[in-house]
Write a protein that binds this ligand. Sequence first.
Ligand code: MLC
Ligand code: AMP
Length: 471
Amino acid sequence: MEGLGTGSLTRRWSSLWAADGTRPVVFDDEGGWLSAAELEDRSRRAAGRLAAAGLTAGDRFLVSCEPSADLVVAYVGALRLGLVVVPVNTAYREREVAHVVGDARPAAALVDLGGRGTWIRTASGERPISIFGLDLAGAGDRGSVPTELDASAATDPALLLYTSGTTGAPKGALLSHGNLLASADAVAMAWRWTAEDRLVCALPLFHLHGLGVGLHGTLSAGAPVVLRRSFDAADVARSIRDHRASLFFGVPTMYVRLADARQLDALRPLRLCVSGSAPLSVDLHHEVADAAGQRIIERYGMTETVMNVSNPYDGERRAGTVGLPLPGVHVRLDEGTDEILLRGPNVFGGYWERPEANAEAFTDGWFASGDVGAFDDDGYLTIVGRRKDLIISGGYNVYPREVEDVLRGAHGVIDVAVIGVADPHWGEAVVAFVEGDVDSTALLAHGAERLAPYKRPKRVHQVEALPRNAL
Ligand code: MLC
Ligand code: AMP
């Protein structure tokens, strides 16, 4: 195996496919299993279609689709051609999509719903853009086949992922092939992930949890993945059983749902369960251990740094902590604030076209995470708070500022304050306090037009006046 962070994702994957083309790689309900040789062939043809449309290495390729084998084929094809993939949440409304299109200036997009294509085209304005559907690399397609594939270097960008970071409007975090491969290899080492494992993945593939850990980890380990289009507790339980899976990764809300649906016992045959993207409560950790005999490994990651820290596979899995630094990752706390600072082959090079944000985010090569941590005597890290104004609801990030700005535009609103409130299902729930003479149905309709459903307030309280200080 090459060293951490050297080589490219697709060079690794294609060498594994060449070694054994018969291995099953990706399953979905529509097409059944796709073998390594089929993924190689179809992703090559997808790259051919993209090249024929005039796309070349370095061009941005926006992708907004639900999980499927066709999506994986198109995604892998794009990476093989050297494109920079810009994943976009399928729940986004037009306003949110337009921001990404305006900032990333993609040359092409892949969508599974026609309406999103129209939004993308409109936001692209005068700039020409090719819009593809999931038939990009259909089984019968005989598109032109480029010869030069998998030519990206470790330092070449692979993903442009939008996040607000610690402040401001969403900006693109540019992750290289080396960053992503380093992280896939680090978790494979830490979790003993081998080709014999089989993952059930019910996470979306437009965030790093599903994409960077679930899919990249699978392909880099030469292992198979069972994709689910969305999360449903009974469906996950059935998939684990029917596919004799060994791995399940989820956000805490997914474990809550498995518990509520009395499906925790389905986790019993697995070799490993992992939780991340939001804090896993100590109670839930113990509930899963009692009901399924599974000591969930909790780990800590971030869009800008992929995976940083994880509880150990062999040592003690300490509930309430995120564990120990992953191989190759350096973690320390800022002396004044205890902010978690990160450095390593997993850490991104910077935000797309944001020199000021980059100057703020990095000090002497250390990236400031916006999370506040504490180490215990054994070196286990606990996340004790956040310096960034962020709500994490069901594993999705919601920026109060964005929700406030949108709601402030509704008729009759004088001012709005949005906060996260502890919630047993979502971890944190979005709650809005509104000042003004407001019709709450109209306010919610205003929000629904402009905000993805997970960002919309679960509760709205009308107040006479928001408390203000001199600032
Ligand atoms: C859905 N809803 C949410 C929500 N997800 N509301 C708040 N927070 C969320 N996360 C809304 C729906 O829009 C709907 O609203 C209602 O809740 C019920 O919808 P549902 O069909 O039951 O929801 P579902 O589609 O099942 O989604 C729930 C979920 C999903 C938990 C499966 O949120 C999810 O996939 N979360 C994972 C996100 C993820 O991958 N994060 C990784 C980020 S990467 P209404 O009003 O229409 O009824 C990262 C780095 C790292 O953080 O460390 O991993
Ligand atoms: P994102 O920007 O979507 O990648 O979200 C990253 C943020 O999710 C981190 O900065 C943390 O605040 C949070 N996070 C990820 N994993 C965990 C975890 N296990 N416990 C607590 N917070 C987490």
